[in-house]
Design a protein around this ligand. Structure first.
Ligand code: NAD
Ligand code: UD1
Length: 353
Protein backbone atom coordinates (compact mmCIF):
# COMPACT_ATOMS: atom_id res chain seq x y z
CA UNK A 1 0.00 0.00 0.00
CA UNK A 2 2.77 2.40 1.05
CA UNK A 3 4.76 1.80 -2.13
CA UNK A 4 1.58 2.30 -4.18
CA UNK A 5 1.00 5.69 -2.47
CA UNK A 6 4.63 6.65 -3.10
CA UNK A 7 4.17 5.69 -6.76
CA UNK A 8 0.98 7.84 -6.98
CA UNK A 9 2.88 10.71 -5.33
CA UNK A 10 5.70 10.43 -7.87
CA UNK A 11 3.26 10.36 -10.79
CA UNK A 12 1.53 13.52 -9.47
CA UNK A 13 4.92 15.23 -8.98
CA UNK A 14 6.03 14.33 -12.52
CA UNK A 15 2.72 15.60 -13.96
CA UNK A 16 3.10 19.03 -12.38
CA UNK A 17 6.88 19.30 -12.67
CA UNK A 18 7.96 21.98 -15.10
CA UNK A 19 11.30 22.14 -16.91
CA UNK A 20 12.15 25.80 -16.68
CA UNK A 21 14.94 27.82 -18.27
CA UNK A 22 16.04 30.79 -16.15
CA UNK A 23 18.02 33.25 -18.28
CA UNK A 24 20.14 35.45 -15.99
CA UNK A 25 19.39 32.92 -13.25
CA UNK A 26 22.60 33.52 -11.27
CA UNK A 27 21.68 37.19 -10.73
CA UNK A 28 19.94 38.71 -7.72
CA UNK A 29 16.31 37.93 -8.54
CA UNK A 30 17.01 34.83 -10.66
CA UNK A 31 18.98 33.03 -7.93
CA UNK A 32 16.12 33.45 -5.44
CA UNK A 33 13.63 32.24 -8.05
CA UNK A 34 15.88 29.19 -8.68
CA UNK A 35 15.57 28.31 -4.97
CA UNK A 36 11.79 28.71 -4.85
CA UNK A 37 11.15 26.74 -8.06
CA UNK A 38 13.54 23.90 -7.17
CA UNK A 39 12.03 23.61 -3.70
CA UNK A 40 8.58 23.45 -5.32
CA UNK A 41 9.74 20.35 -7.25
CA UNK A 42 10.43 21.96 -10.63
CA UNK A 43 13.55 21.35 -12.70
CA UNK A 44 15.55 24.52 -13.41
CA UNK A 45 18.27 25.14 -15.98
CA UNK A 46 20.24 28.38 -15.68
CA UNK A 47 21.79 30.29 -18.58
CA UNK A 48 23.92 33.29 -17.58
CA UNK A 49 26.90 35.05 -19.16
CA UNK A 50 28.21 36.08 -15.69
CA UNK A 51 28.35 39.74 -16.78
CA UNK A 52 26.75 40.87 -13.50
CA UNK A 53 27.12 37.97 -11.09
CA UNK A 54 29.70 35.57 -9.71
CA UNK A 55 30.08 31.89 -10.57
CA UNK A 56 30.22 31.31 -6.79
CA UNK A 57 26.44 31.87 -6.66
CA UNK A 58 26.13 28.38 -8.15
CA UNK A 59 27.97 26.86 -5.16
CA UNK A 60 25.77 28.81 -2.77
CA UNK A 61 22.62 27.59 -4.55
CA UNK A 62 24.00 24.05 -4.26
CA UNK A 63 24.43 24.56 -0.51
CA UNK A 64 20.85 25.79 -0.08
CA UNK A 65 19.28 23.16 -2.34
CA UNK A 66 21.48 20.15 -1.55
CA UNK A 67 22.06 19.61 -5.27
CA UNK A 68 23.69 21.62 -8.05
CA UNK A 69 21.30 23.30 -10.47
CA UNK A 70 22.07 22.78 -14.16
CA UNK A 71 24.13 25.76 -15.33
CA UNK A 72 25.28 26.82 -18.78
CA UNK A 73 27.58 29.81 -19.21
CA UNK A 74 26.53 31.73 -22.29
CA UNK A 75 24.83 34.75 -23.79
CA UNK A 76 21.09 34.88 -24.54
CA UNK A 77 21.87 36.72 -27.78
CA UNK A 78 23.34 33.49 -29.14
CA UNK A 79 20.05 32.14 -30.49
CA UNK A 80 21.46 28.74 -31.51
CA UNK A 81 22.74 28.20 -27.97
CA UNK A 82 19.31 29.00 -26.47
CA UNK A 83 17.72 26.70 -29.04
CA UNK A 84 20.01 23.81 -28.16
CA UNK A 85 19.34 24.30 -24.41
CA UNK A 86 15.57 24.28 -24.99
CA UNK A 87 15.89 20.96 -26.85
CA UNK A 88 18.51 19.24 -24.69
CA UNK A 89 16.74 20.02 -21.43
CA UNK A 90 13.17 19.52 -22.72
CA UNK A 91 12.31 23.03 -21.54
CA UNK A 92 8.58 23.89 -21.40
CA UNK A 93 8.74 27.39 -19.83
CA UNK A 94 11.23 30.26 -19.83
CA UNK A 95 11.68 32.99 -17.23
CA UNK A 96 13.70 35.79 -18.79
CA UNK A 97 15.73 37.80 -16.25
CA UNK A 98 18.87 38.31 -18.34
CA UNK A 99 19.44 41.99 -18.95
CA UNK A 100 21.23 45.09 -17.75
CA UNK A 101 19.42 47.16 -15.12
CA UNK A 102 21.22 50.36 -14.22
CA UNK A 103 19.13 53.43 -15.05
CA UNK A 104 22.14 55.81 -14.93
CA UNK A 105 24.34 53.57 -17.09
CA UNK A 106 21.54 53.29 -19.67
CA UNK A 107 21.44 57.08 -20.01
CA UNK A 108 25.21 57.20 -20.59
CA UNK A 109 25.31 54.22 -22.96
CA UNK A 110 21.84 53.58 -24.45
CA UNK A 111 23.17 51.32 -27.24
CA UNK A 112 24.56 48.92 -24.63
CA UNK A 113 21.02 48.58 -23.25
CA UNK A 114 19.21 48.31 -26.58
CA UNK A 115 21.74 45.72 -27.68
CA UNK A 116 21.74 43.57 -24.57
CA UNK A 117 18.12 43.86 -23.42
CA UNK A 118 16.18 44.13 -26.69
CA UNK A 119 18.30 41.83 -28.86
CA UNK A 120 18.57 39.41 -25.92
CA UNK A 121 14.78 39.16 -25.52
CA UNK A 122 14.23 38.84 -29.27
CA UNK A 123 16.84 36.08 -29.45
CA UNK A 124 15.22 34.09 -26.63
CA UNK A 125 11.73 34.47 -28.16
CA UNK A 126 13.06 33.46 -31.58
CA UNK A 127 14.65 30.29 -30.16
CA UNK A 128 11.40 29.52 -28.30
CA UNK A 129 9.41 29.96 -31.50
CA UNK A 130 11.72 27.57 -33.37
CA UNK A 131 11.36 24.95 -30.62
CA UNK A 132 7.63 25.56 -30.06
CA UNK A 133 8.16 26.46 -26.40
CA UNK A 134 5.53 29.11 -25.72
CA UNK A 135 5.30 29.79 -21.99
CA UNK A 136 7.23 32.92 -21.10
CA UNK A 137 7.58 34.99 -17.94
CA UNK A 138 9.29 38.34 -18.39
CA UNK A 139 11.03 40.54 -15.77
CA UNK A 140 9.57 43.95 -16.45
CA UNK A 141 9.71 46.93 -14.11
CA UNK A 142 7.53 49.59 -12.53
CA UNK A 143 9.88 52.03 -14.23
CA UNK A 144 7.66 51.67 -17.36
CA UNK A 145 5.06 53.90 -15.62
CA UNK A 146 7.39 56.89 -15.34
CA UNK A 147 6.25 59.68 -13.04
CA UNK A 148 3.00 58.54 -11.31
CA UNK A 149 -0.18 60.32 -12.37
CA UNK A 150 -2.11 58.65 -9.52
CA UNK A 151 -1.43 56.31 -6.61
CA UNK A 152 -1.45 53.41 -6.02
CA UNK A 153 -0.28 52.52 -9.52
CA UNK A 154 -2.37 49.85 -11.21
CA UNK A 155 -1.57 48.13 -14.49
CA UNK A 156 -3.84 50.55 -16.44
CA UNK A 157 -1.66 53.51 -15.46
CA UNK A 158 -0.25 55.35 -18.53
CA UNK A 159 3.22 54.24 -19.61
CA UNK A 160 6.01 56.76 -19.90
CA UNK A 161 9.45 55.32 -19.11
CA UNK A 162 12.07 58.04 -18.86
CA UNK A 163 15.36 56.17 -19.26
CA UNK A 164 16.66 53.96 -22.09
CA UNK A 165 16.57 51.08 -19.54
CA UNK A 166 12.86 51.66 -18.91
CA UNK A 167 12.25 52.01 -22.64
CA UNK A 168 13.78 48.57 -23.31
CA UNK A 169 11.33 47.09 -20.80
CA UNK A 170 8.35 48.76 -22.47
CA UNK A 171 9.52 47.80 -25.96
CA UNK A 172 9.83 44.15 -24.92
CA UNK A 173 6.28 44.30 -23.48
CA UNK A 174 5.08 45.67 -26.85
CA UNK A 175 6.86 42.85 -28.70
CA UNK A 176 5.11 40.36 -26.42
CA UNK A 177 1.75 41.97 -27.21
CA UNK A 178 2.32 41.52 -30.96
CA UNK A 179 3.63 38.01 -30.50
CA UNK A 180 0.57 36.70 -28.61
CA UNK A 181 -1.70 38.42 -31.15
CA UNK A 182 0.08 36.59 -33.98
CA UNK A 183 -0.09 33.10 -32.49
CA UNK A 184 -2.68 31.91 -29.97
CA UNK A 185 -0.30 29.24 -28.63
CA UNK A 186 1.72 31.75 -26.60
CA UNK A 187 1.07 32.11 -22.86
CA UNK A 188 2.92 35.08 -21.41
CA UNK A 189 3.17 36.98 -18.13
CA UNK A 190 5.10 40.25 -17.80
CA UNK A 191 5.81 41.01 -14.16
CA UNK A 192 6.35 44.66 -13.30
CA UNK A 193 8.55 44.62 -10.21
CA UNK A 194 8.49 47.51 -7.75
CA UNK A 195 11.58 47.73 -5.45
CA UNK A 196 13.00 44.28 -4.68
CA UNK A 197 15.14 44.16 -1.51
CA UNK A 198 16.30 41.66 1.13
CA UNK A 199 17.81 38.24 0.68
CA UNK A 200 17.27 34.52 1.25
CA UNK A 201 17.10 33.86 5.00
CA UNK A 202 20.12 31.52 4.85
CA UNK A 203 22.31 34.60 4.29
CA UNK A 204 23.95 32.67 1.41
CA UNK A 205 22.52 34.61 -1.56
CA UNK A 206 21.53 38.25 -1.93
CA UNK A 207 22.21 41.37 -3.94
CA UNK A 208 25.87 42.05 -4.78
CA UNK A 209 26.11 45.49 -6.39
CA UNK A 210 29.31 46.34 -8.23
CA UNK A 211 31.07 49.28 -6.53
CA UNK A 212 29.10 51.85 -4.53
CA UNK A 213 25.40 50.96 -4.53
CA UNK A 214 22.91 53.32 -6.20
CA UNK A 215 19.85 51.87 -4.48
CA UNK A 216 18.73 52.66 -0.96
CA UNK A 217 18.71 49.32 0.89
CA UNK A 218 22.17 48.13 -0.27
CA UNK A 219 23.55 51.59 0.54
CA UNK A 220 22.04 51.55 4.05
CA UNK A 221 23.40 48.05 4.66
CA UNK A 222 26.94 49.13 3.71
CA UNK A 223 26.72 52.11 6.07
CA UNK A 224 25.49 49.81 8.85
CA UNK A 225 28.46 47.44 8.35
CA UNK A 226 30.89 50.40 8.28
CA UNK A 227 31.96 50.10 4.62
CA UNK A 228 30.41 53.51 3.85
CA UNK A 229 30.43 56.53 6.15
CA UNK A 230 26.88 57.82 6.03
CA UNK A 231 23.70 57.64 4.02
CA UNK A 232 22.90 60.63 1.86
CA UNK A 233 19.14 61.14 1.95
CA UNK A 234 18.23 62.61 -1.42
CA UNK A 235 15.82 65.37 -0.36
CA UNK A 236 13.56 65.86 2.65
CA UNK A 237 11.21 68.38 1.04
CA UNK A 238 8.97 66.02 -0.93
CA UNK A 239 5.23 66.15 -0.41
CA UNK A 240 5.25 63.10 1.84
CA UNK A 241 4.60 62.72 5.58
CA UNK A 242 8.28 63.08 6.60
CA UNK A 243 9.47 64.80 3.41
CA UNK A 244 11.55 61.83 2.14
CA UNK A 245 10.78 59.65 -0.89
CA UNK A 246 8.28 56.81 -0.62
CA UNK A 247 8.68 53.46 -2.42
CA UNK A 248 7.09 50.02 -2.47
CA UNK A 249 9.85 47.71 -1.17
CA UNK A 250 9.16 44.03 -1.76
CA UNK A 251 11.06 41.10 -0.23
CA UNK A 252 12.95 39.26 -2.97
CA UNK A 253 11.57 35.92 -1.68
CA UNK A 254 8.00 37.22 -2.06
CA UNK A 255 8.96 38.36 -5.55
CA UNK A 256 10.40 34.88 -6.25
CA UNK A 257 7.18 33.24 -5.11
CA UNK A 258 5.36 35.58 -7.49
CA UNK A 259 7.27 33.89 -10.35
CA UNK A 260 6.22 30.47 -9.14
CA UNK A 261 2.60 31.70 -9.07
CA UNK A 262 3.00 33.13 -12.60
CA UNK A 263 4.35 29.84 -13.99
CA UNK A 264 1.55 27.85 -12.37
CA UNK A 265 -1.04 30.38 -13.64
CA UNK A 266 0.32 29.85 -17.17
CA UNK A 267 -1.09 26.31 -17.23
CA UNK A 268 -4.55 27.91 -17.55
CA UNK A 269 -4.24 31.67 -18.04
CA UNK A 270 -7.33 33.84 -18.42
CA UNK A 271 -5.67 35.86 -21.22
CA UNK A 272 -2.71 35.19 -23.55
CA UNK A 273 -0.64 38.08 -22.14
CA UNK A 274 -1.04 39.13 -18.52
CA UNK A 275 0.76 42.20 -17.27
CA UNK A 276 0.99 42.14 -13.52
CA UNK A 277 2.48 44.38 -10.81
CA UNK A 278 4.59 42.68 -8.15
CA UNK A 279 4.62 44.96 -5.14
CA UNK A 280 3.22 45.01 -1.61
CA UNK A 281 0.83 47.92 -2.14
CA UNK A 282 2.49 49.70 0.78
CA UNK A 283 4.73 52.77 0.56
CA UNK A 284 7.65 53.28 2.97
CA UNK A 285 9.74 56.45 3.34
CA UNK A 286 13.54 56.65 3.34
CA UNK A 287 13.56 57.69 7.02
CA UNK A 288 11.23 54.85 8.03
CA UNK A 289 13.39 52.28 6.24
CA UNK A 290 16.47 53.72 7.91
CA UNK A 291 14.88 53.39 11.37
CA UNK A 292 13.77 49.80 10.69
CA UNK A 293 17.28 48.93 9.50
CA UNK A 294 18.79 50.40 12.68
CA UNK A 295 16.57 48.08 14.71
CA UNK A 296 17.34 45.02 12.55
CA UNK A 297 21.10 45.61 12.70
CA UNK A 298 21.27 47.06 16.24
CA UNK A 299 23.54 49.73 14.77
CA UNK A 300 23.22 53.47 14.45
CA UNK A 301 23.20 54.51 10.82
CA UNK A 302 24.58 58.04 10.28
CA UNK A 303 22.91 60.12 7.59
CA UNK A 304 22.81 63.59 6.09
CA UNK A 305 20.13 65.20 3.98
CA UNK A 306 21.37 66.35 0.57
CA UNK A 307 19.86 67.66 -2.67
CA UNK A 308 17.15 65.67 -4.44
CA UNK A 309 18.53 63.12 -6.91
CA UNK A 310 17.66 64.27 -10.45
CA UNK A 311 14.79 62.26 -11.92
CA UNK A 312 13.50 61.02 -8.52
CA UNK A 313 9.80 61.22 -7.70
CA UNK A 314 8.09 61.73 -4.34
CA UNK A 315 6.04 58.54 -4.09
CA UNK A 316 5.58 55.30 -5.98
CA UNK A 317 3.70 52.22 -4.80
CA UNK A 318 1.67 49.48 -6.40
CA UNK A 319 -1.89 48.45 -6.56
CA UNK A 320 -1.17 44.72 -6.28
CA UNK A 321 -4.76 43.45 -6.57
CA UNK A 322 -4.38 41.97 -10.03
CA UNK A 323 -1.60 39.61 -8.88
CA UNK A 324 -3.98 38.18 -6.30
CA UNK A 325 -6.99 38.02 -8.61
CA UNK A 326 -5.13 36.34 -11.47
CA UNK A 327 -2.43 34.26 -9.75
CA UNK A 328 -3.60 34.03 -6.11
CA UNK A 329 -0.33 35.69 -5.05
CA UNK A 330 0.28 38.43 -2.52
CA UNK A 331 3.35 39.44 -0.57
CA UNK A 332 3.72 37.96 2.93
CA UNK A 333 6.95 39.34 4.33
CA UNK A 334 7.22 42.59 6.30
CA UNK A 335 9.67 45.48 6.07
CA UNK A 336 11.18 44.10 9.29
CA UNK A 337 11.86 40.76 7.49
CA UNK A 338 13.38 42.65 4.54
CA UNK A 339 15.80 44.56 6.80
CA UNK A 340 16.69 41.50 8.91
CA UNK A 341 17.42 39.30 5.88
CA UNK A 342 19.38 42.05 4.15
CA UNK A 343 21.43 42.48 7.32
CA UNK A 344 22.07 38.73 7.65
CA UNK A 345 23.33 38.72 4.04
CA UNK A 346 25.50 41.81 4.62
CA UNK A 347 27.04 40.22 7.74
CA UNK A 348 27.81 36.99 5.93
CA UNK A 349 29.45 38.98 3.11
CA UNK A 350 31.59 40.86 5.62
CA UNK A 351 32.73 37.58 7.23
CA UNK A 352 33.97 36.35 3.85
CA UNK A 353 36.26 39.36 3.40
P1 NAD B 1 21.07 41.06 -12.01
O1 NAD B 1 21.98 41.93 -12.78
O2 NAD B 1 21.47 40.67 -10.64
O3 NAD B 1 20.76 39.73 -12.84
C1 NAD B 1 20.71 39.70 -14.24
C2 NAD B 1 21.57 38.51 -14.69
O4 NAD B 1 21.54 38.45 -16.12
C3 NAD B 1 23.03 38.66 -14.28
O5 NAD B 1 23.44 37.48 -13.60
C4 NAD B 1 23.80 38.83 -15.59
O6 NAD B 1 25.06 38.22 -15.55
C5 NAD B 1 22.85 38.15 -16.58
N1 NAD B 1 22.91 38.68 -17.96
C6 NAD B 1 22.86 39.96 -18.37
N2 NAD B 1 22.91 40.04 -19.71
C7 NAD B 1 22.97 38.75 -20.16
C8 NAD B 1 23.04 38.17 -21.45
N3 NAD B 1 23.08 38.92 -22.55
N4 NAD B 1 23.09 36.81 -21.55
C9 NAD B 1 23.07 36.04 -20.44
N5 NAD B 1 23.03 36.55 -19.19
C10 NAD B 1 22.98 37.88 -19.06
O7 NAD B 1 19.65 41.78 -11.99
P2 NAD B 1 18.37 41.42 -11.13
O8 NAD B 1 18.22 42.44 -10.08
O9 NAD B 1 18.41 39.99 -10.75
O10 NAD B 1 17.25 41.68 -12.21
C11 NAD B 1 16.73 40.64 -13.01
C12 NAD B 1 15.79 41.23 -14.04
O11 NAD B 1 14.76 41.93 -13.37
C13 NAD B 1 16.44 42.24 -14.98
O12 NAD B 1 15.91 42.06 -16.27
C14 NAD B 1 16.03 43.58 -14.41
O13 NAD B 1 15.96 44.57 -15.39
C15 NAD B 1 14.66 43.26 -13.85
N6 NAD B 1 14.29 44.16 -12.74
C16 NAD B 1 15.09 44.23 -11.64
C17 NAD B 1 14.77 45.11 -10.62
C18 NAD B 1 15.65 45.21 -9.39
O14 NAD B 1 15.52 46.18 -8.68
N7 NAD B 1 16.50 44.26 -9.10
C19 NAD B 1 13.61 45.90 -10.69
C20 NAD B 1 12.80 45.78 -11.83
C21 NAD B 1 13.15 44.89 -12.84
C1 UD1 C 1 15.56 52.66 -8.83
C2 UD1 C 1 15.46 52.75 -10.33
C3 UD1 C 1 14.38 51.77 -10.82
C4 UD1 C 1 14.66 50.37 -10.33
C5 UD1 C 1 14.81 50.37 -8.81
C6 UD1 C 1 15.25 49.01 -8.34
C7 UD1 C 1 16.09 55.05 -10.84
C8 UD1 C 1 15.60 56.39 -11.30
N1 UD1 C 1 15.14 54.11 -10.69
O1 UD1 C 1 14.33 53.06 -8.30
O2 UD1 C 1 14.33 51.76 -12.22
O3 UD1 C 1 13.62 49.48 -10.71
O4 UD1 C 1 15.82 51.33 -8.43
O5 UD1 C 1 15.09 48.85 -6.97
O6 UD1 C 1 17.26 54.83 -10.63
N2 UD1 C 1 17.67 57.21 -1.85
C9 UD1 C 1 18.39 58.00 -0.97
N3 UD1 C 1 19.73 57.79 -0.86
C10 UD1 C 1 20.39 56.83 -1.58
C11 UD1 C 1 19.64 56.03 -2.48
C12 UD1 C 1 18.29 56.27 -2.60
O7 UD1 C 1 17.84 58.86 -0.30
O8 UD1 C 1 21.61 56.69 -1.44
C13 UD1 C 1 16.21 57.42 -1.95
C14 UD1 C 1 15.71 57.81 -3.33
O9 UD1 C 1 15.70 59.20 -3.47
C15 UD1 C 1 14.31 57.18 -3.32
C16 UD1 C 1 14.46 55.94 -2.45
O10 UD1 C 1 15.62 56.16 -1.66
O11 UD1 C 1 13.39 58.06 -2.70
C17 UD1 C 1 14.63 54.65 -3.24
O12 UD1 C 1 15.69 54.79 -4.16
P1 UD1 C 1 16.27 53.55 -4.99
O13 UD1 C 1 16.52 52.40 -4.07
O14 UD1 C 1 17.40 54.03 -5.82
O15 UD1 C 1 15.04 53.09 -5.91
P2 UD1 C 1 14.19 53.91 -6.99
O16 UD1 C 1 14.76 55.25 -7.22
O17 UD1 C 1 12.77 53.80 -6.63
Amino acid sequence: MQSFLRWVGLVILETFRLNILLTGGLGYVGSHVAVVLTEAGHQVTILDNLSNCKHAVLDRLTKILGKEPTFIKGDVRETSLVESILKTHSIDSVVHFAGLKSVGESVLDPMLYYNNNLIGAISVLKAMQLCRVKKFVFSSSATVYGSPQYLPIDEMHPLNPESPYGKTKLQIELILRDLVASDSGWKVVALRYFNPVGAHDSGLIGEEPNGTPNNLMPYISQVAIGALKRLKIFGSDYETLDGTGIRDYIHVMDLAEGHQAALEYLSEPSEPLSIINLGTGYGCSVLDLLKLYEIASSRRIPFEVTERRPGDIASCYANADKAFKRMGWKSKRSLKNMCEDSWKWQMSQALKK
